[in-house]
Design a protein around this ligand. Structure first.
Ligand SMILES: [Zn+2]
Length: 79
């Protein structure tokens, strides 16, 4: 009986990462801070900015000054 439980436990544990697409979505949900390249979770990011239909999220390490500078640079870009 112990062996059966062990096999069952192994099956459950090995199937877990496949059975939870939400977990992989979380990793995919992370985006790069355009200023420093740090990982940002859009759901928890305190600083965001929408410019020309694109939404930017800034990591917590970036100061308001950094963000203001970034915004200015983006607004000056002409494509
Ligand atoms: Zn940053």
């Amino acid at each position: 009986m112990k062996k059966l439980i062990a096999i069952f436990a192994f099956f459950v544990l090995s199937a877990l990462p496949l059975a939870s697409p939400a977990a992989s979505n979380k990793t995919v949900g992370y985006i790069k801070c355009p200023i420093c390249g740090d990982k940002v979770n859009p759901k928890t990011a305190k600083n965001s900015w929408t410019h020309k239909g694109k939404k930017y999220y800034f990591a917590a390490c970036c100061t308001k000054k950094d963000i203001a500078k970034f915004k200015k640079n983006q607004q000056q870009l002409k494509k």
